[in-house]
Unconditional design. Structure first.
Length: 71
């Protein structure tokens, strides 16, 4: 009887330890995911800025070509 109680107690402790370990692992994964999202947003922002600059450059190049042709 005492062996069963001790066995149940250790089983409960082990289950709680395993649950805590999984929770810590999930927290780490969640923080990595958030870091990935912030890096992705930053890259998207840089890409948008780059494409905007390309559009402005193309427009400026066309205007310069028009001025050069008209002269």
């Amino acid at each position: 009887m005492i062996a069963i109680i001790i066995s149940l107690a250790f089983t409960g402790i082990y289950a709680r330890w395993k649950e805590q370990k999984q929770f810590v692992r999930l927290q780490k994964l969640y923080s990595q995911y958030n870091l990935f999202l912030s890096e992705n947003k930053q890259l998207h922002s840089q890409y948008s800025e780059y494409t905007s600059l390309l559009k402005v450059e193309k427009i400026a190049q066309k205007k310069l070509n028009m001025i050069w042709i008209n002269e």
